[in-house]
Design a protein around this ligand. Structure first.
Ligand code: UDP
Ligand code: MG
Length: 321
């Protein structure tokens, strides 16, 4: 990281229905950025908000030429909104953070310092002791255990999408145009120098979490299926075990015939039916896993954009099909 030249900083903040909250985040952020010796731009990505967020953001942009608003044509989800921001950022350093005030802007100077000392990724990690017994904490720690066990990419527990990326890291991410995006895994996958910076998560400044259970499950599935082939191997292994059992059964039955004891064989219709059903079930499970991967391949080969911009701010956006 060249420290002689004046660095430019971009802050990317995806927002979805955060009217009344995003203004508070903005004020807190500006107070902090005023004391930083770098030129900066703030990109708000409106992820298809249906409340007063577009008006709030327009007011912020009208007061400050360093504030830019990108509006997605509908709610594409947090990861897609972040991607839109990363695609548009031009700065030497890019910081992504939430618009609800849960990511302390006060950490930015320290993050920049670490980037200047040679790290391409400064990844923050939340220490949320207060929520230790909450459903979210429990499911999230289970998820991180699982993903670290079944994928080859290390994802630190409690790492949110509050991080600094150097231009080199952003460009590397832009070279990964996959549709199912799990940025926490992707930044780790690119393998550039990464440092973890712990912080205490704050309360939301208002509103409520936009990560519904459904969105959390989708993110977990995106992570599991785009970073691991283990589910497929489990399916194949189960299929293999069933085949071995079928072989053993065949040898067993044959032994009756070879020793002339076939008359003592039970009619066996029910047990045969049982095995048949089990094998059928296993085959279907395996086919199901394969189906998921084929589904993913299907979406990747279509090269569908991860997001679409509204016409008004589409100068540098992805073209609508
Ligand atoms: N967000 C978004 N699109 C979505 C869901 C969330 O842009 O579909 C934004 C949201 O406005 C916030 C950030 O992503 O700025 C994190 O969301 P949230 O605070 O709801 O998640 P949590 O902190 O509960 O995990
Ligand atoms: Mg939040």
């Amino acid at each position: 990281m060249p420290s002689s030249k004046k660095l430019t900083l971009d802050i990317i903040i995806p927002v979805y229905n955060e009217a009344g909250v995003v203004e508070q985040t903005h004020v807190r952020l500006l107070a902090l950025l005023e004391n930083i010796p770098h030129d900066y731009n703030i990109y708000y990505i409106d992820d298809g908000s249906t409340d007063g967020t577009p008006e709030c953001l327009a007011a912020l942009a009208a007061h400050d030429s360093r504030v830019e608003v990108l509006t997605l044509s509908r709610n594409f989800g947090h990861q897609a909104a972040l991607t839109a921001g990363l695609d548009h950022a031009r700065g030497d350093l890019v910081i992504t953070m939430d618009g609800d005030g849960q990511h302390p802007a006060e950490m930015i100077p320290q993050m920049i310092k670490l980037a200047m000392s040679g790290y391409d990724i400064v990844q923050t990690q939340r220490l949320d002791e207060t929520q230790r017994f909450s459903f979210k904490h429990w499911t999230s720690s289970l998820f991180y255990k699982l993903i670290n066990r079944i994928s080859g990419t290390r994802v630190e527990p409690g790492t949110a999408d509050f991080r600094l990326l150097t231009r080199q890291a952003v460009d590397a991410l832009k070279g990964m145009p996959e549709y199912h995006r799990f940025l926490r895994g992707m930044v780790s996958w690119i393998g550039f120098p990464l440092v973890i910076l712990p912080y205490k998560v704050g309360e939301r400044m208002g509103g409520k979490s936009k990560y519904s259970l459904q969105k959390m499950v989708k993110l977990a599935l995106d992570a599991i299926f785009s970073f691991s082939l283990v589910p497929l191997y489990i399916g194949v292994s189960l299929g293999g075990v069933m085949l071995l059992l079928a072989l053993a059964e065949m040898v067993y039955v044959l032994s009756f015939w070879l020793t002339g004891r076939e008359s003592s064989l039970e009619p066996g219709w029910s047990s045969l039916m049982f095995v048949l059903l089990i094998v059928g079930g296993m085959l279907m499970t395996v086919l199901g896993f394969i189906g998921v991967y084929i589904g993913y391949i299907f979406q990747e080969v279509k090269r569908r954009p991860v997001y679409l911009l509204k016409k008004s701010d589409s100068q540098t956006g992805t073209k609508e099909q």
